[in-house]
Design a protein around this ligand. Sequence first.
Ligand SMILES: Nc1ncnc2c1ncn2[C@@H]1O[C@H](COP(=O)(O)OP(=O)(O)OP(=O)(O)O)[C@@H](O)[C@H]1O
Length: 256
Amino acid sequence: MSTTSNASPEAFELHGVCKRYGGVVALDQVSLGFPAGSATALIGSSGSGKSTLLRMLIGLEWPEQGWVKVDGRVLEPAHVLELRRRVGYVIQEGGLFPHLTALGNLGLLPYHLGWSRDRIRARAEELATLAHLPQSALERYPAELSGGQRQRVALMRGLMLNPGALLLDEPLGALDPIVRHELQDELKHIFDQLGKTVIVVTHDVAEAAWFADRIVLMRQGKVVQDGRLEDLRQHPVDPFVTQFVEAQRTLRERTA
Ligand SMILES: Nc1ncnc2c1ncn2[C@@H]1O[C@H](COP(=O)(O)OP(=O)(O)OP(=O)(O)O)[C@@H](O)[C@H]1O
């Protein structure tokens, strides 16, 4: 009898995925599943392949070996446009278009899909309330917003089409510690409230554990350990796990 019969279906799945850039191995035989409605944090040192993995789930990169499935179907270039409507993707510093207001940025894809201006505005106002962005900020250009507000707009843009999944690549990396802390709380609240599949890349172990029960630690394109923070702390599979987790904890203790 299958032990997984009651488990949620995988929203995203990678199997034996390899990716190189020239001589650099970005992903090396990665196999992972992300059940629908679950939250996972990807952590690891710089260059360990976290962003490449995330980009692969939305068809911005393609495996040289192995496959990626989204909602049970092998991802192919022909699916990518439709996939972008179902998956919100938010990157560090937001990637907002500087020549468009916040509302213009939020409305770009919905407008292209035929939404009316009224519908776009109504959805943007609804999300501004959710993300604690002042309504007046919708009329401003990215350069006229604070870093935290830009990041809120980027998150709102990821949510405009009410996607089933959110992929967040260092969404708070560029923010000062106070704003970062505030947005961590708000993002967690939004994740819990919306019940979407969430995969978040971060360098920060505490932030990873705050966002997700499940932590995937990567090094040099490989998954080193996949589990809860307690597992990584109490049952590390490799000295690197302890080194990675303790390095950040030590820093916190030193600065406490
Ligand atoms: N477009 C690219 N061209 C060449 N090399 C790349 C490209 N994208 C990624 N790489 C390389 O692939 C490896 C994995 O990069 P990736 O950005 O996925 O790591 P990361 O874990 O997200 O790093 P960081 O935490 O610094 O963002 C790195 O060695 C990187 O230099």
